[in-house]
Write a protein that binds this ligand. Structure first.
Ligand code: AMP
Ligand code: MG
Length: 571
């Protein structure tokens, strides 16, 4: 039995006086949505500017032939859904937006955002519809959200639908990220709609019909930085305060409990709590970014409307996974020129986005200092998480900074990244091969022996064997000597070091071409690749016999193929 408790729509102001859904003014929102109501009975949705409201009611468009392609067992369990329910018609119909379950009250959120560095005004859930909040047996609150279920008041000129390729990519990636230990929204299900959607994938005047699909995303909340920016931009401070207070009470309750001037439950929160809240968002965002850098994830569109207020990875669009190590790499074709959202820029961009959030909530503060403190905390958290991350990735217990007299781990890491940049080398594979490297033997080898071992050992991570050249192997052999010296101070064996490293350096990540293979098969009606890949991504740090093909470097055919190395926002 799923228990819905739709606190967001109950406690926050919604758009009123619009007659395009059964939830128009005058309807009691507590009354469950009639299960057999379909959008076809409703009047058309009109895109509009929505003022003074956190959301508008919205109704999913019923798909013609919904078919369940994949689901996450772990998410289903978390929500209290058993296997029988997952495989029932009720599930298929509810999570494709065909028929609502009792207690669901679908709505779309109003938010704005900075896109590619510029204020873009109102955006909002243009192709996402929240169904309602489940409170599970452990008292956890989970918002369920369909993505790709038709237009809402925020769809602007777009259609509100999503295609199979992008839905499959979001489904797989959010689950992959979770299993990698990266904070992320989750995905419950991937359902093909049976309807077709027109998309011009590379905006080059060659539109085609693509199969439509819907995922059900799950997170404690889908509130983004943009939910606050929209009220600040409109100078609607009363509603800004309402949504800030709401998010703190619901999603950051510890901050209220831990503050000495503890606010009584129904009174306004104070500036001290706002400051602690902003700092916590900054810290969580820093931690998330370091995880991205650790696993080689490139979000691709870090606009402020794609930044979760919980520090979760959200909105998987033209994301990609770094294969050969190149900090300037971006998967997003729209960003090829400026490379604003490339791998290496992500820490700076997150900071910039946090500064926009600080500007948005500034009207709740009498001085700017607490916001500066928060931004400063971001930098500190980023640095300390990153240092620890690099220590872990190299098998060190802790990062030892240097001083004037001794070169510390900074120089070891710097030389390491020079090495990664100097050859076309696969980052993921390189760390796993490094974990396996016979480091104990390095001290007793001649230079020639070291270079020969390096050439042979790292060959599986090299993209262009012939181009690699002897220079790289010499550079690598030299670095291994300093690495071996550093490892000696840890007093650990090669096998212990390997265990440590393999716990943080994944073997299986969602390589861009692997997702594309699953997409090609699914578009041809075969979801076995999708299921096999999904399964492999559930244990990314393990050696999984029989699944080696998911842990190999990108084949040459995938180098320039759309979807494998280049993606657009069109989804
Ligand atoms: P994104 O690039 O996914 O962050 O989307 C930016 C904005 O465009 C958000 O407000 C989306 O809801 C909206 N959007 C993107 N694709 C569509 C679509 N197919 N239909 C309606 N709105 C969309
Ligand atoms: Mg978005």
């Amino acid at each position: 039995m799923l228990v819905f408790d739709n606190r967001f729509v109950r406690e926050l102001p919604g758009e009123d006086a619009r007659n395009d859904t059964p939830h128009s003014a005058g309807t009691d929102p507590k009354v469950p949505f009639p299960p057999d109501t379909t959008a076809s009975e409703l009047s058309p949705i009109e895109s509009r500017q929505v003022f003074g409201a956190c959301y508008s009611w919205a109704t999913p468009k019923p798909p013609s032939q919904p078919k369940l392609l994949a689901y996450s067992k772990e998410v289903a369990e978390r929500l209290g859904m058993d296997d029988a329910f997952i495989h029932s018609d009720a599930f298929r119909l509810a999570f494709s937006g065909h028929t609502l379950l009792p207690g669901m009250q679908p709505f779309a959120m109003c938010y704005g955002g900075h896109q590619f560095g510029h204020w873009a005004g109102q955006l909002g859930d243009g192709r996402a519809i929240n169904l309602g909040e489940i409170v599970n047996a452990h008292g956890e609150r989970w918002m369920l959200q369909l993505k790709g279920s038709g237009p809402t008041p925020y769809s602007r000129r777009a259609d509100g639908f999503a295609v199979l390729r992008s839905s499959l990519r979001e489904f797989l990636c959010s689950e992959a990220m979770h299993h990698l230990g990266v904070p992320t929204t989750r995905a419950l299900s991937l359902i093909q709609t049976g309807d077709w959607v027109v998309r011009d994938m590379f905006y080059d005047g060659r539109p085609r019909l693509e199969p439509g699909a819907i995922i059900c995303r799950v997170a404690p909340t889908f509130v983004r930085f943009g939910n606050f920016e929209i009220f600040a931009a409109r100078k609607d401070i009363a509603n800004l305060r309402k949504i800030v207070d709401y998010v703190i009470r619901v999603d950051y309750p510890n901050l209220i409990e831990n503050t000495p001037n503890r606010a009584a439950p129904k009174t306004e929160l104070n500036a001290e709590i706002y400051a602690a809240w902003f700092e916590e968002i900054c810290r969580r965002t820093a931690t998330m970014i370091v995880h991205w850098m650790r696993v080689g994830f490139v979000h691709g569109v870090m606009n402020t409307d794609n930044m979760s207020i919980l520090g979760l990875t959200i909105d998987y669009g033209p994301y990609g996974w770094l294969e050969d190590y190149d900090p300037s790499w971006t998967p997003n074709t729209t960003d090829f020129e400026g490379r604003r959202y490339c791998y290496g820029q992500q820490p700076q961009i997150a900071y910039w986005n946090l500064a926009q959030l600080a500007n948005a909530i500034a009207p709740l503060f009498t001085e700017s200092e607490p916001l500066q403190v928060g931004l400063h905390a971001y930098m500190n958290q980023l640095q300390s998480d990153w240092n620890q991350c690099m220590a872990n990735k190299l098998g060190l217990a802790a990062f030892k900074p240097g001083d004037q007299s001794v070169a510390g781990d900074e120089s070891l890491c710097e030389a390491f990244f020079d090495l990664l940049k100097a050859a076309e080398i696969d980052m993921t594979l390189f760390y796993r091969l490094l974990a396996d490297y016979p480091l104990e033997a390095v001290g007793n080898q001649s230079t020639e022996e070291r270079v020969a071992t390096v050439r042979e050992h790292f060959a599986p991570a090299m993209y262009r064997d012939a181009d690699q050249g002897p220079a790289w192997s010499v550079q690598c052999a030299r670095w291994l000597v300093s690495y071996a010296e550093r490892i000696v101070t840890e007093k650990i064996s090669d096998s212990l070091r390997r265990d440590r490293m393999n716990r943080v350096n994944p073997k299986v990540v969602l390589r861009n071409y692997l997702a594309q293979i699953a997409i090609d098969a699914a578009e041809a009606g075969d979801n076995s690749e999708l299921l096999a890949l999904h399964d492999a991504l559930r244990r990314p740090y393990d050696d999984q016999p029989g699944k080696e093909r998911f842990a190999e470097k990108r084949p040459e055919w995938a180098r320039q193929r759309p979807g494998c190395s280049m993606l657009s926002c069109s989804s």
